[in-house]
Design a protein around this ligand. Structure first.
Ligand code: ADP
Length: 516
């Protein structure tokens, strides 16, 4: 009896303990973040028999509105989702499954439910219940959706940009193909990456013979040109572009070509590092024309000079024969003829000088001379030749320079006559001579029309004349060219400082031989 009483007590105790445990489990389930439901699979339509607090929160329904219902009430009218089939099959097979499905809260708003269902089986293996665990993953879904949107937006942009680039590229390549200049792109090892049509046509090669080949191997090594190699291997690595590099080469198949090469290292947003673009201008024809012009100039000036020298000689005889005729009109006419013959002589001499300079045959008779005296004499002669001018000379260096005195006089004459010619409104010309370090510096300043920046870059070129003065002032555009070359041959420099409307100062230097 005693034993019986204690047995009842024990089982009471066990029941109480179990109740306590159940209480604890329910509390744990209610504090879970995920929504949890239990359905009874043995009852008709698999009704929900338990739901925790989180499920009420997620769905918006109250406990009593949930119990007894089949889970499908969460799908509202959205009944055509493919995921439904997956749950249905899992329940039929008594298996677990995990899906993401669109569900609707009590207020009708959509939420994405990450649903995990798992069967509970009895000892016979029969499915008695299903446990469903749900998480509201709307935020994650939204983020994924936004990401997808963003991605497709970016992809669209990339497509547009790619199209733009393709359009640009085909636009550029159509330009590259139509320019009348040969273009080559090389990699850092001088392998040809591309060659335009003009290159292929000019050098009589095909794309197959060119692209992928070493530049120097092209056309049976006919591009193995030492000056080109020097340019590419020595000059270009300094990272400065090579501008107008002249290459004169005899190609075995196509003959002699004179080419102007321009080469640049190309870097496109760090992508095409160390590519080399070479533009080749064929100036063979132009060179040939220039040569013919030079030859003509040289022959023409020689041909003119010979009869002129004879005319001058004969004229001097005439002057002597008619010395007794003192009629002032007669005398002044003879003087005028002499002056014109001298002017013509000077012009022809200048032309001869240019062709001598061109052919590298300018002869200089170098001797020491007193530069101060030479400048004084030249200024004095110019005062006599142009009595209207107002030429001032300042400075004295006491220096001796070595050079061709006649040529230096010619330089000063050119500068002085220009100063007078291009200053129709102002007669004043200032000449100064100074010592600067081991040079003498001679400056000729006028207050005339001045020279613009663009023209200043060109006035020392052969035959250049500032366009708007062409008709107003006679000239051949060679005085400054010849002067510049003469001073260069004396190891000095000739340069100009000028502004339009403010006059010009031409300066030149000559190295001093002896300081007195
Ligand atoms: P030319 O005087 O025969 O034209 P130059 O070679 O002496 O040839 O001069 C070249 C050009 O430079 C001239 O045509 C003129 O436009 C410009 N020039 C030279 N000297 C002066 C100057 N002192 N003032 C303004 N322009 C000048």
């Amino acid at each position: 009896m005693k034993k019986n009483a204690s047995g009842i007590n024990n089982s009471k105790q066990r029941i109480e303990n179990k109740n306590n445990d159940l209480d604890l489990y329910l509390k744990a389930l209610n504090s879970a973040y995920s929504g949890i439901i239990i359905t009874d699979n043995l009852q008709y339509d698999n009704p929900i028999i338990y739901c925790n607090k989180a499920f009420e929160t997620i769905s918006g329904y109250a406990h009593d509105e949930i119990i007894g219902h089949n889970c499908r009430f969460l799908q509202a009218q959205d009944r055509s989702q493919a995921e439904r089939k997956i749950i249905k099959e899992a329940i039929e097979r008594g298996e677990e499954c995990k899906i993401e499905i669109r569900n609707y809260r009590k207020d009708g708003t959509l939420f994405w439910n990450e649903l995990f269902i798992s069967p509970v089986k009895n000892e016979e293996g029969q499915v008695t219940h299903f446990i469903g665990v749900q998480n509201d993953i709307s935020d994650r879904k939204k983020a994924e959706h936004d990401l997808r949107e963003e991605k497709s937006h970016v992809e669209l942009k990339i497509q547009q940009r790619t199209k733009e680039l393709q359009d640009k590229e085909s636009f550029l390549s159509s330009i590259i193909e139509t320019v009348r200049e040969s273009l080559l792109v090389l990699d850092a090892n001088y392998i040809v990456l591309s060659a335009n049509r003009h290159f292929l046509n000019s050098f009589k090669v095909t794309t197959e013979e060119t692209v992928g080949k070493l530049l120097f191997d092209l056309g049976n090594q006919q591009w193995d040109i030492s000056s080109l190699k020097e340019m590419l291997t020595q000059i270009l690595p300094t990272n400065n572009p090579v501008i107008d590099y002249e290459v004169d080469h005899i190609f075995p198949h196509i003959g002699r070509k004179v080419m102007l090469l321009n080469a640049y290292r190309v870097e496109f947003e760090g992508q095409y590092k160390d590519r080399i673009l070479i533009a080749i201008e064929d100036i063979t024809e132009k060179k040939e024309q220039d040569r013919r012009k030079d030859d003509f100039l040289s022959i023409a000036s020689h041909e003119l000079k010979t009869p002129l020298t004879t005319i001058k000689g004969l004229f001097q005889i005439l002057q002597r024969l008619s010395a007794e005729n003192t009629d002032p009109k007669y005398v002044s006419t003879l003087d005028k003829i002499t002056a014109y013959i001298d002017r013509l002589n000077l012009l022809i001499s200048k032309l001869l000088d240019t062709s001598k300079i061109q052919s590298g045959n300018l002869e200089l008779h170098m001797e020491p001379f007193e530069i101060d005296k030479t400048i004084q004499d030249a200024v004095e002669s110019m005062r006599l030749a142009a009595p209207d001018s107002d030429i001032h000379l300042t400075g004295n260096t006491g220096s001796i320079v070595e050079g061709d005195e006649l040529q230096i006089i010619q330089v000063l004459n050119n500068l002085l006559s220009n100063a007078i010619k291009y200053s129709p409104e102002s007669k004043k010309v200032e000449v100064s001579i100074h010592k600067v370090a081991n040079f003498v510096k001679i400056s000729v300043r006028d207050y005339g029309m001045g020279i613009s920046y663009q023209d200043r870059q060109k006035i020392f070129e052969r035959f250049f004349r500032v366009s708007h003065i062409q008709k107003k002032f006679p000239g051949l555009g060679i005085g400054l060219y010849v002067s510049h070359e003469i001073i260069l041959h004396h190891k000095g420099t000739l340069w100009v400082e000028s502004e339009p409307g403010e006059g010009s100062t031409f300066n030149f230097t000559l190295p001093i031989l002896i300081n007195k």
